[in-house]
Structures are given as structure tokens and as C-alpha cells.
Design a protein around this ligand. Structure first.
Ligand code: SF4
Length: 268
């Protein structure tokens, strides 16, 4: 198998089979629930990131991939009620699921549904969305994302490095990404750093990344750096070691001294 050949989907690839998954507990976030509005075990994305824990993106989205608002609302109600009955105190609700959430044409309505259910069942839980940022500029999407508590936008590289690590398939334009970011009230920038295919940690790649952020006068609330800790989509993709992560963190902190930096350290 050539290095860039996608791996077949494996049980380790983390597609989910419902609209709500979890709860899972992490030291960093506490108890969290995940939200998915795509069809069970179906990846829906316009990127094909080499490290994606959902496996490779092997086709374009289809109409039947999008869960309808009524079905979604019923599933969320039932699942949240079950979690309340089990007595689990949810700290975080994260919209992410089986792909890029903003590809769903009813994204604003789905977000309002999640917020209404959050207010009823877990009023103290913070809501997050994880997005690749490619559709924030679309009418109504930024406004809906802004109704959530936190927004995390992936930016794994700029120029050729983004093409190599995230492999955009359709619907990606740099101008649209900047336009979308400017419509957000605030956001975190997330950088996944990898070794192997799509490697994005050469000094030139990091300097270019920082230069792009500064050139566009972007002011993220924080930069979050992390590395591979799940089964990746492509053969040969590897995490950085702690010392390599420290070098990346030093570089980003040096070039962006005013932006809080959060490093998710790899296990050793
Ligand atoms: S944007 Fe997210 S869901 Fe899409 S391929 Fe990349 S990591 Fe996977």
C-alpha cells in the first residue's frame, strides 16, 4: 500500500450511530455529550484530513446523509432525558459528530434545537462546536455558531501545508474562511500537528501559519495545539513526541505572544 492510500475503515475509526453520543468523562472537560446530525456511521465532510479519526472521506455528501430536524429533535430529547435520569452532570455539549457539522443545510435550526434542550436539561453545560471553518461565511451560519458558548475552528496549515494535511475536496476558499472568521464573535484556533504524510511541523510551515494569522489580523481567543491520539485515516500518520510538541509550542508562543496557547500533550 502506498503511503497516501487511505486505510479501510476499521472498528477503531470513531463514526457514531446516533444523534447523541456519550457521556464520556475527561480530566480536561469533565462529563461531555457529543452531538451528530449526520446519518449513522456515515462520514460527511468536505475535507479528507490525513489524521481523521473517522477514517477517509470516500464520497461526496448525499441528501440522505442529513438527519431531519424532527428526528434530530426527538433523539436529542430522548437521549438528554436518559442522561438526566442516570444522574450524570453534563459539563460540555460538543457539536462535531460524523464530519463537518456546518455542511448540514439546517445547521442554524439544529443549533437552536440543541440550545433549547441544553437549557431544559443541562443549563450549566457549555456548548461547543468544532468546525473546519469552510462554511461559516454562509448566510445564517456564523450567527447560529455565535449563539453557542464556544467555537473551535481548525487551521492545520496554510498554503500547501493545508492542502497536504487536510486535503480539501470541495467548498474551500481562503477568502471565505477569513470572511467567516471575521463574522464570529470569538473563536479558538485548533492546530493538529502530525508526522508522516501531510506533515505540517517544518519551521517554514509554522512561520507561514503565524504569518497568515497576523496578516489577516485574526484575534483568536486561544490557539490549541494537539497531535494524533486516535487511529488516523492514512497509513504512516504519527503523533509528535512531547519534545517535538514543546518545540512547536515555543515557536507559536514566540510569534503570537498575545494569544493564550493551550497544548494538549501526547501521552508517552
Ligand atoms: S475536517 Fe474534521 S471530520 Fe473532516 S476530515 Fe478533517 S478531521 Fe475529519
Amino acid at each position: 500500500m502506498a503511503l497516501q492510500d487511505p486505510l479501510p475503515k476499521k472498528p477503531g475509526h470513531d463514526l457514531v450511530d446516533g444523534c447523541v453520543y456519550g457521556p464520556v468523562r475527561s480530566r480536561r472537560l469533565g462529563w461531555s455529550l457529543g452531538i451528530n446530525w449526520f446519518a449513522p456511521m456515515t462520514k460527511v465532510c468536505n475535507f479528507d484530513c490525513v489524521y481523521c479519526q473517522l477514517g477517509p472521506t470516500d464520497r461526496l455528501p448525499r441528501r440522505e446523509d442529513f438527519v431531519g430536524l424532527d428526528v434530530f429533535s426527538q433523539e436529542v430529547e430522548a437521549a438528554f432525558a436518559r442522561v438526566v435520569a442516570a444522574g450524570v452532570p453534563i459539563d460540555v455539549i460538543t457539536i462535531s459528530g460524523n464530519g463537518e457539522p456546518t455542511l448540514h443545510p439546517r445547521t442554524p435550526d439544529l443549533i437552536d434545537c440543541v440550545l433549547a434542550a441544553r437549557d431544559r436539561y443541562f443549563p450549566r453545560a457549555r456548548t461547543w462546536v468544532l468546525t473546519n471553518g469552510t462554511r461559516i461565511h454562509v448566510d445564517g451560519v456564523a450567527e447560529a455558531l455565535n449563539r453557542l458558548d464556544e467555537r473551535a475552528v481548525k487551521l492545520d496549515g496554510v498554503g500547501p501545508w493545508l492542502i497536504d494535511v487536510d486535503k480539501p475536496l470541495f467548498g474551500f476558499r481562503w477568502e471565505a474562511l477569513v470572511e467567516g472568521l471575521r463574522k464570529l464573535r470569538d473563536y479558538h484556533l485548533q492546530v493538529m500537528v502530525v508526522r508522516g504524510p501531510g506533515e505540517n511541523v517544518a519551521p517554514a510551515a509554522l512561520v507561514e501559519w503565524v504569518g497568515w494569522v497576523r496578516r489577516h489580523a485574526l484575534r483568536p481567543k486561544s490557539v490549541q495545539v494537539y497531535t494524533v491520539d486516535r487511529f488516523p485515516a492514512y497509513e504512516g500518520v504519527r503523533p509528535l513526541s512531547r519534545s517535538e510538541m514543546a518545540q512547536v509550542a515555543d515557536c507559536l508562543a514566540w510569534h503570537l505572544p498575545d494569544v493564550p496557547l493551550e497544548v494538549v500533550w501526547p501521552e508517552e
